[in-house]
Design a binder for this molecule. Sequence first.
Ligand SMILES: Nc1ncnc2c1ncn2[C@@H]1O[C@H](COP(=O)(O)OP(=O)(O)OP(=O)(O)O)[C@@H](O)[C@H]1O
Length: 274
Amino acid sequence: MDPEDMDPEDIDSPEAGAGCLELCSLHVRLGGRAILAGIDLVVAPHEFVALVGPSGCGKTTLLGTVAGFVRPEHGEVRYGGRAVVGAGPERAMVFQDDAVFPWMRVRTNVAYGLKVRGVPRHERARLVDEALDLVGLRSSAGLWPRQLSGGMRKRVDIARALAVDPPVLLMDEPYGALDMMTKQRLQTEFEEIFERSRMTVLFVTHDLEEAVYLSDRVVVLAPRPGRVAETLEIPLPRPRPAEVKLTPEFQDLRRRLGRLVEAAEAAADVRGAA
Ligand SMILES: Nc1ncnc2c1ncn2[C@@H]1O[C@H](COP(=O)(O)OP(=O)(O)OP(=O)(O)O)[C@@H](O)[C@H]1O
């Protein structure tokens, strides 16, 4: 559902309901230090939210907390109105470094999550084919990872996450290690995949252009400790061809986001100096 179609009262309600991902007053402490201090965020079904902010502000920690890898000191993560603790099948994660197993061919890599979940072989084959089609790797299904480019390995990674059809996809700088051309190609591919899917996406990036291009909303975190500083709505219509990046509307949003990140950084410096 387009978040704009949701009743704001529903979004703010603690029972935000089916398919909503809710981060409720999340406090995280690591190594004796407060890393996240009271993060509240509701992500609507089929909303794409990017998390940006200065290095070290806690983006990866926040994503890890939502994934269930990091336990909050206070607060909780809810999905569909229920608290989720630890990792769970409704949340899949894609990391910056690909997690492709070098000893498995592409097809077996993509089937991995389905196998772990006990999906029967014939059903698995169908779902793997669908996921490979989504990322354009059907004809490469029999290749070994060493035969793939960096972009193809990333597609394998994404196909493995998509194969289990997760309602929520968590992505931690998935394109951060790719060259600019490959990155832009994969961004456009993923925008199309998102558009056709029902997924809800929470996406960490340093790349503000990427954040504006892919998101419905960008959340700016401020550091020390990490907290929500600002939120920027991205009202660009979908689908978004790559050329949207050349439009004045896009450029204006990109500039506004840059100013918000700079302000979050400056405010943290002032706090740090005080
Ligand atoms: N296991 C840990 N123990 C102690 N401190 C940690 C641990 N993991 C992360 N931190 C600290 O938490 C803070 C936030 O780290 P995190 O990686 O979440 O930030 P980030 O915004 O994702 O950074 P970057 O943009 O550089 O990737 C950092 O100061 C980091 O040193």
